[in-house]
Ligand binder design. Structure first.
Ligand SMILES: [Zn+2]
Length: 380
């Protein structure tokens, strides 16, 4: 085993180790009607030192776009799928009557047919499907593949989808990140992405070398699958192992756009809100704040409150007798409210606001009350 800088195909970190796997069959489907001249190959198997993702770096097998699933689905598997799809439907979309779903890599369409029954509609993608036995004539098949440039264009008339599914598919692709990014483009903002890959814990923990095959470029673990999805703009909703530990099933939703870019505008809006609240008090009115926590300090120091506040009260004895940083406002015990009754008392105690409000009302101090809540000062 040696260390190198081959980039992890899941998380992108250039920090991997690798081992040589000797005499591995070049693929699981290269059968021939006559004796052939194919040869086994030695291949490097990589593992990311950050996310532990295991992968081959060679190109996929030549037939990877024609996903070849094990023939037929057992009644037990179909029953499990039927229950699984209806559970997802009821758990995440209880109110919607008709939903659009997409299955990427649907083989003969057996799962797509169940998805259509559970959700209302299902579009199924498969490469070169016309040449294969399609058992489900009620399903809309689209002959495309996520590695094709036209993949999104081929499906745009059916998008956006409420849910996108992909079963035992991602592990065959050289660039699964590209597929997830395209899925994101086709998914509604509220939509779900359900990805299933083989569970590899047994393979790795028991060194099951016979499980390795170049058809499966990727051997995901729960963490590497999450990191890959994260890079494509998804966050994990649920993660389970099903089918006696053989399958990892993960549900993702799109990451919310929690950009920091709106902080400056929010600060300006808060300053205006403070000005508006203070405008109904004269410069001779005494204004006090209850609370010297970090939210109160920021609100005071970053607005005109710093110039308008006469004092702060706080229950914390180690803050009493001190001055606030920069704004130099004295901090007293709450009893000081009796000595110098304010015209306005702003309660700024975050999670303790309403507990303090009760205490203030119990003190029977005659003044206007306001509460600092989120990005506003609310007069009571
Ligand atoms: Zn990694």
């Amino acid at each position: 085993m040696y260390h190198n800088h081959t980039k992890c195909l899941a998380c992108g970190a250039p920090d991997t180790t690798c081992v040589s796997i000797k005499s591995i069959p070049i693929g699981a489907q290269y059968f021939s009607s006559e004796p052939n001249l194919l040869e086994n190959e030695d291949r490097l198997l990589f593992q990311c030192r950050v996310c532990q993702h295991v992968f081959f770096s060679e190109p996929p097998v030549t037939y990877y776009k024609q996903v070849i699933r094990s023939v037929g689905f057992s009644p037990a598997m179909m029953s499990m799928r039927d229950h699984q799809f209806k559970t997802i439907r009821h758990q995440y979309f209880p109110a919607n009557l008709l939903l659009r779903t997409l299955e990427i890599g649907s083989g003969t369409g057996d799962y797509a047919s169940l998805l259509q029954q559970a959700f209302g509609t299902c579009i199924a993608t498969e490469s070169d499907y016309t040449s294969r036995f399609i058992r489900c004539p009620d399903i809309t098949f689209v002959d495309t593949h996520p590695d094709e440039d036209c993949f999104i264009a081929d499906l745009k008339d059916y998008a956006p989808f409420d849910a996108i599914f992909s079963f035992s598919y991602l592990e065959h692709l050289k660039d699964p990140l590209l597929t997830l990014k395209k899925a994101s483009c086709l998914l509604a903002d509220h939509g779900l992405l359900c990805i299933e890959v083989p569970d590899t814990r047994q393979i790795l923990s028991h060194n099951l070398v016979n499980e390795l095959i170049p058809d499966h470029i990727h051997y995901f673990n729960a963490y590497s699958l999450q990191l890959l999805a994260r890079r494509a703009g998804f966050q994990l909703v649920s993660l389970d192992t099903i089918w006696d530990g053989y399958i990892t099933t993960a549900i993702f939703k799109k990451l919310l756009n929690n950009s920091i870019g709106s902080f400056p505008a929010a600060q300006e809006a808060f300053k205006s809100d403070v000005e508006s609240t203070l405008s109904s008090f004269s410069n001779h009115d005494t204004i006090a704040v209850w609370g010297a926590g970090h939210q109160a300090l920021f609100a005071i120091n970053s607005t005109s409150l710093a110039q308008r506040i006469s004092y702060i009260v706080d229950s914390s004895t180690f803050k009493q007798g001190q001055y606030t940083p920069a704004s130099n406002i004295p901090i007293f015990s709450p009893q000081y409210l009796y000595d110098d009754p304010p015209q306005l008392l702003i309660i700024a105690c975050a999670g303790y606001n309403y507990e303090v409000l009760g205490a203030v009302r119990g003190m029977d101090i005659k003044c206007e009350l306001a509460i600092l809540n989120a990005n506003t000062i609310e007069l009571l």
